[in-house]
Design a protein around this ligand. Structure first.
Ligand code: OOG
Ligand code: NI
Length: 437
């Protein structure tokens, strides 16, 4: 009997399929990917973070209407080795959604295919009008997000512990279809307009039969240069790049986006086609990633963001590391002879680092930033929505819909950092990547 396809390969193939589909659906995305490839191939000051994985690296985003959809999606993405990390509260920014990011969580799995999916669930409790609430309930009953074929393979993968060649292909085909844009609304034009007026995100989510992928973001080595090139190409980039300013030591995540296109939509009533219109949902985005910050580092970052002055965040790797503001992994220098056990006390480790026997490397930030995400959401809405900034996040409701807890990103970085340290002194262990899949 043949082996199961490793989940990283399914994840990589899924990302490739989405990318092909999105290139077809949104021509500006193809132009963006080509631009990013050109910049990445030249290299840049942020070389530390431009490893081999840069070329194929993407994140996507989708928005869901119902709690059941979120738990189904969790199961589907579990087959691809992607797990929910962090709860993103967008209520604070006046958006009627809350979110998580599905991604691989082990260092070697991330290296093999770092694909991430930002997934938002609409908060129907944020709809003020009871009449609109019940319209929305009626509409969402007509959705069936996962096709029966996809569901069958999810069940099979869960039961068998994986998928074999032909099964994997069939599953990925069905799953990719789940995110295709169809241009046929479930609702009438009247309800669509009422929802746009309530909040454009609501219309984008509940008026359509399935969650269309709304952007797919390539990672670029030099985002300032890319932003400049986007403007030259006539892609209307946001005026400001979200996230930290340009630095010698890149940290976290910097992003910029543009509204990609207006799409034709047909609306329905009981007798068939009711009206035609346009919908703007899909956009282009690029990002550059730097080092993950520790909790203390995030506190400094958030204070800097609030004050607009980033001087408090040192722009030096050694300082970021010794002040425990950023996460690092450690590797032995070529030919270095290390003791058999981790020496007691931090001085011994520092000595090995300053003598060059141990090389610290910043760990890439794999997650998202709620303030940046809110900026991206907002810049791509057609109208400035009225926003209910009174609303509070509800992680308990989100996790109940999801059917599990979200992982804490800080714990994952800490685990990665200490595992690399342990590995340095475990001489009887092979140093090569151990792939468990
Ligand atoms: C998701 C927006 C958030 C990011 O990169 O921060 C996001 C959405 O528009 O659905 O993708
Ligand atoms: Ni994004």
């Amino acid at each position: 009997m043949s082996e199961f396809i490793p989940s990283w390969r399914l994840r990589q193939q899924f990302a490739d399929r989405l990318s092909l589909m999105y290139r077809d659906e949104v021509p500006a995305y193809g132009a963006l990917v080509d631009l990013v490839d050109r910049i990445n191939s030249v290299g840049s000051a942020t070389e530390t973070f431009s490893g081999a994985r840069l070329g194929q690296e993407r994140h996507g985003a989708i928005r869901l209407a119902l709690p059941e959809e979120l738990s189904l999606l969790r199961r589907a993405l579990g087959v691809l080795g992607m797990f929910p990390v962090e709860y993103y509260d967008l209520a604070a920014a006046g958006l009627p959604v809350h979110s998580t990011a599905f991604r691989p969580i082990e260092g070697d799995a991330i290296e093999r295919s770092p694909f991430r999916l930002f997934v938002s669930l609409v908060r129907l409790d944020q709809i003020a009008s009871p009449a609109l609430q019940s319209e929305v309930q009626r509409l969402t009953r007509e959705r069936s997000v996962m096709s029966p074929v996809a569901l069958r393979y999810i069940e099979r993968a869960e039961h068998q512990g994986g998928l074999r060649d032909a099964e994997g292909e069939a599953f990925l085909d069905a799953l990719t279809e789940t995110f295709r844009w169809h241009g046929e609304a479930l609702s009438t034009k009247r309800i669509y307009d009422a929802l746009i007026n309530e909040h454009p995100l609501l219309a984008d989510i509940v008026c359509f039969p399935n969650p269309h992928i709304n952007h797919l973001t390539p990672r670029v080595s030099d985002i300032d240069q890319a932003q400049q090139k986007m403007i030259e190409l006539g892609l209307p980039a946001k005026a400001v790049i979200e996230g930290p300013p340009r630095r010698n030591c890149p940290i976290l995540l910097r992003q910029t986006a543009f509204r990609a296109l207006e799409e034709d939509v047909t609306f329905r009533n009981m007798d068939g086609i009711d009206a035609v219109g346009v919908h703007t949902a899909r956009f282009g985005e690029i990002e550059s990633r730097g080092a993950a910050l520790t909790r203390a580092g995030m506190d400094v970052y958030n204070a800097c963001l609030a004050s607009g002055n980033f001087d408090a965040l040192p722009d030096d790797w050694n300082e970021l590391r010794t002040r425990k503001l950023a996460w690092f992994r450690f590797r032995p220098a070529h030919g270095a002879r290390l003791p058999n056990a981790l020496p007691e006390g931090s001085e011994a480790l520092e000595d090995l680092i300053s003598s060059g026997a141990i090389i610290p490397e910043p760990i890439t930030y794999e997650d998202f930033l709620p303030v940046s995400a809110a900026g991206i959401f907002r810049s791509n809405l057609r109208s400035e929505a009225k926003s209910n900034t009174e609303a509070k996040g509800n992680p308990a409701a989100f996790e109940e819909a999801l059917g599990c807890k979200v992982s804490d990103a800080q714990e994952l970085y800490e685990r990665e950092s200490s595992a690399s340290l342990q590995q340095l002194f475990a001489h009887d262990q092979p140093r090569e990547l151990v792939i468990h899949e």
